[in-house]
Design a protein. Structure first.
Lengths: 279, 284
């Protein structure tokens, strides 16, 4: 009985190992092609670079030059970090206020935020990019404010769920001891909310880092591009793509994500769970 | 009933609510309301809007590319929702059993989800064009290649995500119920269909909700993989709307009308879907 079980589990391990290899194969293929001369990439994607077809770091040099990769990388970091910090701070405060005050205004606000979650971006994109331009929010700093506004719904929704589970007695006894309201929030409530704050941070960071359309439409693209936007720019107007530079940029864009994943895997999985709430 | 603490907190609205609310007005409320108004107008730059009634909606519904995009998105959503949920459920079921390396497999399956849509699109463009090159074809040769390419891409991206949610659901299944079933002599199939699946309905609701809305809202992957080629035949709704806005001068109003229709569609589909699967949830 035991032997049979082990045998089966061995087969399953083999099975899943093969699927896992297939699963990472697309990324492996991009890495291989990033070292190939650009003319050979479309012709034979599956061959290893060797002899004539080997390009060394040429593709990387061209890719970094054409996209100004490090500048895009820097702006992406700034927009992501800025937006996530702003979203965490503002929406956690807002969610606490909504739950604790719980009057008609708080309830109306909550319903508005719920409504925000089902509206697709295409509904807003034309008017939002126009408004952002008019208000001078077409910089990475302004973009953070737009992310706060457009992404508020999900974060407020998750945080209100968390606050509802926190007993009020702690806050009341702090109040009797004479602590001010902001102090109660930052010293009593925030420490309790910390695990969910990390989860929301991961969730929002994944969204902002990878987002393409919002930065593309709102940023002043002569000055600022994010990674997704500059990769899309490589494609140019009429389909003529430098495939070598493209492959190199894809690899450069994937490396930080994989590193982040390896370092924060535990938190990322928790973030996914926090996002898997019923809409 | 408002508590003492609640009263004290209420006075602090300017600090606690105003920043989020102000950003929400700019980033959501004003664009939303103005967007609805503009869908009844003819305009090129927002400020020269002229009211034209339902003309934009009539044009949108007569637009063959829009109707084709609706069909494309609907089919894509149905196919991907079924494949992703069945495969993710099956993988989650196997990986919650004691299999050597299951933690590593989970990590590998989840990984594509972290990569952005634009990057995913170009990764798969390389791979799929490489495969199709053997028959001297490419992704943009025919809409069916674009469609199935997109299906493969979306599955690769989302199976790991849904797997994580299903694994969490399975780990919290009540073991006493499962033990009782095996004591009573239920076979594997009965246990699966009569016990596990009904108890997993909350996770199934969440995952199918996410896959359905993701399917309709799909944009980046569609843009990067085929950008609608050949001749807008592999265009989903989100891409079609964006191309209407920015592709032809004078069609901004039509684009906005399409966007309103898209919003209504997404809202109805997600509410219906949520109702349908929630009604099948049971208590252990």
């Amino acid at each position: 009985m035991n032997g049979e079980k082990a045998k089966h589990s061995g087969l399953w391990t083999l099975f899943f190992s093969m699927i896992s290899i297939a699963w990472v194969f697309p990324i492996f293929l991009v890495i291989i092609n990033s070292f190939k001369q650009k003319a050979y990439i479309s012709d034979n994607a599956f061959s290893f670079p060797a002899g004539d077809t080997f390009a060394g770091w040429d593709n990387y040099v061209r890719g970094i030059e054409q996209t100004n990769f490090f500048a895009s990388f820097g702006w992406t970091v700034i927009v992501t970090v800025g937006s996530v910090l702003l979203i965490l701070l503002c929406t956690s405060m807002c969610a606490w206020w909504i739950v604790r005050v719980n009057n008609w205004a708080a309830k109306a606000l909550y319903i508005l935020f719920l409504f925000n979650m089902i509206v697709p971006f295409q509904m807003l994109m034309f008017t939002l990019s126009w408004l952002a331009d008019r208000l001078g929010l077409n910089t990475p700093w302004g973009l953070c404010i737009i992310y706060l506004g457009f992404g508020a719904g999900l974060a407020v929704f998750i945080f209100t769920g968390v606050v509802k589970g926190i007993p009020q007695s702690l806050e009341e006894s702090a109040m009797i001891d004479g602590a001010s309201v902001p102090r109660i929030f930052f010293q009593v409530v925030v420490p309790i909310m910390k695990p969910s704050i990390i989860s929301v941070a991961i969730l929002e960071a994944m969204w902002v880092w990878n987002d393409y359309l919002l930065p593309y439409l709102t940023l002043d693209l002569n000055k600022y591009k994010t990674i997704s936007v500059s990769i899309q720019y490589l494609k140019g107007g009429y389909g003529s793509v430098d495939m070598g530079a493209m492959m190199a940029c894809l690899v450069l864009a994937i490396i930080p994500i994989i590193l982040f994943y390896i370092l924060c895997q535990k938190y990322i999985v928790k973030g996914v769970m926090a996002g898997a709430v019923k809409g | 009933m408002i508590s003492m603490a609640g009263k004290a907190i209420r006075r602090w609205w300017a600090l606690f609510v105003l920043p989020t609310f102000a950003a929400f007005i700019i980033g959501f409320v004003v664009p939303f309301i103005y967007g609805i108004y503009l869908s009844f107008c003819e305009f090129t730059t927002v400020t020269d809007a002229q009211f034209v009634g339902f003309k934009n909606y009539a044009k949108a519904l007569q637009d063959k590319t829009f109707l084709h995009a609706l069909l494309f998105s609907t089919l894509l959503t149905i196919v991907t929702t079924i494949i992703i949920n069945v495969v993710a459920f099956a993988i989650a079921y196997m990986l919650t059993k004691s299999i050597r390396g299951s933690n590593l497999f989970r990590s590998v399956f989840f990984m594509p989800n972290l990569i952005g849509g634009i990057i995913l699109g170009y990764i798969w463009m390389l791979l799929l064009n490489g495969v199709l090159a053997h028959w001297s074809k490419s992704l943009t040769f025919d809409q069916k290649y674009g469609f199935w390419g997109l299906v493969i891409l979306v599955c690769w991206q989302q199976i790991g995500y849904m797997m994580i949610i299903y694994i969490a659901g399975m780990q919290s299944l009540p073991t006493d119920v499962l033990e009782a079933a095996s004591v009573d002599g239920a076979n594997g199939r009965q246990t699966m269909f009569k016990i596990i699946i009904p108890l997993m309905m909350p996770s199934i609701t969440v995952c199918s909700f996410l896959t359905v809305t993701n399917g309709f809202k799909l944009f980046d992957q569609n843009l990067a993989l085929t950008n609608g080629a050949p001749s807008r035949m592999s265009e989903g709704l989100a891409l079609n709307i964006t191309n209407t806005f920015y592709g032809r001068v004078g069609f901004e109003g039509v684009g906005q009308a399409k966007a309103v229709l898209f919003f209504i569609l997404v809202a109805i589909v997600s509410l219906l879907q949520n109702k349908l699967t929630t009604s099948k949830e049971v208590e252990a």
